[in-house]
Each structure stands twice: as C-alpha cells, then as structure tokens.
Design a protein around this ligand. Structure first.
Ligand SMILES: CC(C)(COP(=O)(O)OP(=O)(O)OC[C@H]1O[C@@H](n2cnc3c(N)ncnc32)[C@H](O)[C@@H]1OP(=O)(O)O)[C@@H](O)C(=O)NCCC(=O)NCCS
Length: 107
C-alpha cells in the first residue's frame, strides 16, 4: 500500500542526515494540483524529534510549495498544535467523511 501511496503522491518532502544521508523525516501529500491537497504521514525519526524538523517539513509542504494557496486537509490524533501554526483548525460544517469500509446506504 505504501508503494502505491508514494507512486500517487503529488509531493513528498523529506529530511536527510547530512553525513550518512539517512532519511529522518518525511511527509507526503496528494492533490488535484489546483485547489485542494491532503497532508499525510508526517513523521520524524524519534532521535531527531524536538529539533524543528517537523515544523520545517510541514512548512516546506504547505507554506513554501506550489500548494500555498490551496485548501489543505489532514487527519491526525496528535500534534494538533504543530498544524495549528500553519492554519489547520477543526473542520467547518461543510466537511463530510466516509470511514474505511463503510457500506453504501441506498434507499
Ligand atoms: C509530530 C512530529 C512529526 C513532530 O516532529 P518534530 O520534529 O519533533 O517537531 P518540531 O521539533 O518541529 O516541534 C514542533 C512543535 O510541535 C510540538 N509537538 C511535536 N510533537 C507533538 C505531539 N505529538 N503533540 C503535541 N505537540 C507536539 C513540539 O512540542 C513543538 O513545539 P515547540 O516549538 O513549542 O517546542 C513527530 O513527533 C513524529 O513523527 N511523531 C510521530 C508521528 C506523528 O504523530 N505524526 C503526526 C500525525 S500525522
């Protein structure tokens, strides 16, 4: 599934260790490329957390890239404060969601 998600990504932003080149931070987004984008899988390796990498990755994806004027969405149970700094907030009443595996309900 992850390979497919990478293949279909609109943008990927990652951080690498300078010496060894190991990837230590990552985020992916998918988008229609024009107006709307979804931020997913923001991750920083445990030994590199608290250094500002998460902030830089989200900034590079949301504020500094071609989607700076888009409407962005994400799902996360954690780090709401981090995303709030980039304008993410609770959705308004226009947002609807269908959960994984929900059967269609038709009359
Ligand atoms: C969330 C995560 C990406 C943050 O990366 P990071 O490099 O440590 O972030 P930063 O160093 O830029 O910290 C940014 C701020 O967010 C805060 N923050 C970081 N993780 C947090 C969390 N789980 N809950 C609440 N706040 C958090 C930090 O305290 C920091 O605030 P400060 O600037 O006032 O000190 C990283 O902890 C991680 O990979 N966690 C596991 C995966 C995850 O939970 N991803 C988010 C859901 S998609």
């Amino acid at each position: 599934m992850f390979e497919r998600q990478l293949d279909c990504a609109w943008r990927i932003v990652a951080a690498y260790e300078r010496l060894l080149g190991a990837m230590v931070g990552f985020a992916r987004a998918f988008s229609d490329g024009a107006a709307i984008a979804y931020l997913a899988d923001v991750y920083v390796a445990p030994h590199c957390r608290g250094l500002g990498l998460g902030t830089s990755i989200v900034q590079g994806m949301v504020d500094d890239g071609p989607g700076a004027k888009f409407r962005w969405m994400l799902h996360t149970a954690d780090a709401h404060e981090l995303y709030a700094r980039f304008g993410f907030s609770a959705p308004d009443s226009t947002l609807m969601q269908r959960d994984f595996g929900m059967p269609a309900v038709r009359d």
